[in-house]
Ligand binder design. Sequence first.
Ligand code: SF4
Length: 420
Amino acid sequence: MTHALPILTLPVREQRYSCHGCGNCCKDFTVQLREADLAKLRAQRWEERLGGPVTVEFRDRTWLKQRADGACVFLQDDGKCRIHAEYGFAEKPTACQLFPFVLVPDPTRTRAGLSFACQSVRENKGAALSTHLAELERMSAAIPETRRPTDTVLLADGLHAKAVELACIESVTDLWFSRTDITLRDRWDGFAWLCTSLARAQLKSVRETRFRELLQLLASALPEEVHQLRTEPATKRQMKLLRQGVFARLEDIKIQDAKARGRLRTVLAQLWRSSKFSRGKGEIPDLAQGFLRGVRFEVVAASAPLSDSPDANEIDLLLSRYARAMVLGGRAWGAGYYGWPAVRGLQALALNVACVAWVARARAVHQGRSIALLCDVEDALGRIDRAAGRAPWLGAVGERVRLEYLRLDDGLRRILSASL
Ligand code: SF4
């Protein structure tokens, strides 16, 4: 490949990763295939050997087939990948090789972000990220668009971002989530206040060094400013929007089911469950392989916030590492997040964490506990982050409207305070 951008591994010093073979990604993800992947599968002659197709066509794309339980057709009983076992790692589809890395190009380099859908990433287990560089070089050769310069990031709608502005957002976020003198709730309250302030500002007339000065001024006002500006409890409408956000992130449409039902019935079923979920009454409707089956919305709403958890410090460390990885790994906006402007991407990140907190509390209730622990938050973060960048409806109008409404009346701060 000529003129390929250099790869920058995630500059979050404490983050580590090695695959520990839990197989969770093979039980969950729908894997989109590239032409080169299809050629490999044909050469491996799976269709003849397994007596049926191993791929499925859906919405003009080709995907790896999944079994009825959602697992990949190549997942063996021992939890290992059959392609890997028979032909080696480099013969697996590109997306499988790359996961949990996410390559996001910018004008001067390709950032290697990380998906927190991977258990080893969440648990911070394995080798230093720099040890994966040679493999990333090799794998990215099969995805040339991830190594070409792109210069399309917006700061806000209609405003092309300058390098100095993005660098300032990154350094302020990194510093805020690295501080050791603030609590879990103040940290996210402050971040939501910062995002909302940027979303309200007339950024057209505050560019480059003036933007940097504005952001540094806002950041220096934290957390004292948020202590002065205490929030009211979240309104019913704001909590409804939070549940809508949770549903959109947990919704898990399996290709085979969607094909069997047909597009119209799939969309209608999705709308019905979405509206039941956002009403927030009675039992949580079946979603995401029924993992919250039997839990009542009212019990989740009455459960303790994450700040009361005996694991609050560890939860704070995990969510702070996640926030830094999203921003510094290029997954919070632009090519890493539906082409969104940076300021809206930051708001979506805050909403992600409010959703993580809600799901963690619901999971704790499902496990018979009244308070969420670190294991609940880890699980919830994996479920929420698996949708980021993959569920197209998270980059669509509905999510934009949700964030626009939550920008008003301190919505983001209020739903975060209600959950954290
Ligand atoms: S989820 Fe992570 S640790 Fe588990 S098999 Fe996939 S890449 Fe490996």
